[in-house]
Design a protein around this ligand. Structure first.
Ligand SMILES: Nc1ncnc2c1ncn2[C@@H]1O[C@H](COP(=O)(O)OP(=O)(O)OP(=O)(O)O)[C@@H](O)[C@H]1O
Ligand SMILES: [Mg+2]
Length: 213
C-alpha cells in the first residue's frame, strides 16, 4: 500500500532548490535522503510532511492530496498519522520529559510504552525538566514522543545527529522494528551513510535532483 506519493515537486527560496522531484513510499518501507548541507533536504521534508506548500507539484499522503485539505483536516492528519522529528526538537521547555510524552500520547489517544523508554535509555531522566537534559537525551525524548503517538508515517530530519554511533544504531533498530510492527513508513534525512544504507531506498539530493544511489 502506498502511503506517500509526491509528484513533480518544485520549490525555490532565493534560488531554485529543486525542479521536478517525484517519489513514492509504501507501508513497511524507509527512505533515506543524504546530501550536502543546504541542498534542500529539510525543505523537501517540510513539503512532504504537510508543513510547507510547494511552488509546484502534489503530495498525497494515504491517498489524499494534502495541500487541498482544510486546516482542520490537516491538524487531524498531523495529530493522528504523522510523526515529525525535526532538526530542532520542539519539546515544551517548561515541562518534564514525561509530560511532553503525555501531551502527545493523550492527543493521539495512545499509551506510553515503558519498554520504549528503557530501550532509548531515557527511563531514569524522564521525570526531569527538558532544560535539564543533554542534547542527545532531548533528541531521544523527541523520538519517544513521536513513536508514542503511533504514526503511520515518520519524518525524521537527522534524528540521531546528537548521538554517539552505538546509540544511533540502537535508535535505528527501534525505528526498523516500529515500521515492521506498525506497517508504517519513514523518510529519514541523515548525514550518516551507514544508517542511510539500512533503509529500503537511498537517495542523494544533488544539484536540484533526487538521485537513487
Ligand atoms: N524559510 C526559508 N526562507 C528562505 N530560505 C530558506 C528557508 N528555508 C531554507 N532556506 C534556504 O534553502 C536552502 C536549503 O535549506 P535546507 O534547510 O532545505 O537544507 P538542508 O539540505 O536541510 O541542509 P542541512 O544539511 O544543513 O540541514 C538553504 O540555502 C536555506 O538558506
Ligand atoms: Mg536540514
Amino acid at each position: 500500500m502506498t502511503l506517500l506519493k509526491a509528484t513533480s515537486l518544485a520549490h525555490a527560496f532565493d534560488y531554485p532548490l529543486f525542479e521536478d522531484i517525484s517519489l513514492t513510499l509504501a507501508a513497511g518501507e524507509s527512505m533515506a535522503i543524504v546530501g550536502v548541507s543546504g541542498s534542500g533536504k529539510s525543505t523537501l521534508m517540510h513539503i512532504l510532511s504537510s508543513m510547507l506548500r510547494p511552488n509546484r507539484g502534489t503530495v498525497e499522503l494515504f491517498g489524499e492530496d494534502i495541500y487541498r485539505l482544510s486546516d482542520a483536516e490537516l491538524v487531524k492528519l498531523r495529530r493522528n498519522d504523522l510523526g515529525l522529528i525535526y532538526q530542532s526538537h520542539y519539546l515544551f521547555k517548561g515541562f518534564s520529559a514525561y509530560e511532553n510524552l503525555e501531551v502527545a500520547a493523550i492527543l493521539a489517544d495512545q499509551k506510553i510504552d515503558p519498554v520504549l523508554l528503557e530501550r532509548l535509555g531515557i527511563e531514569r531522566v524522564i521525570g526531569q525538566k527538558v532544560t535539564e537534559l543533554s542534547g542527545g537525551q532531548q533528541q531521544r525524548v523527541s523520538i519517544a514522543r513521536v513513536l508514542s503517538k503511533k504514526p503511520r508515517l515518520i519524518f525524521a530530519d537527522e534524528p540521531t545527529g546528537n548521538l554517539d554511533h552505538a546509540t544511533a544504531g540502537e535508535v535505528m533498530e527501534i525505528f526498523e522494528e516500529y515500521l515492521r510492527e506498525q506497517h508504517a513508513a519513514m523518510v529519514l534525512v541523515t548525514h550518516d551513510e551507514s544508517l542511510a544504507s539500512r533503509c529500503t531506498h537511498l537517495y542523494r539530493m544533488q544539484n536540484g535532483l533526487l538521485n537513487a544511489i
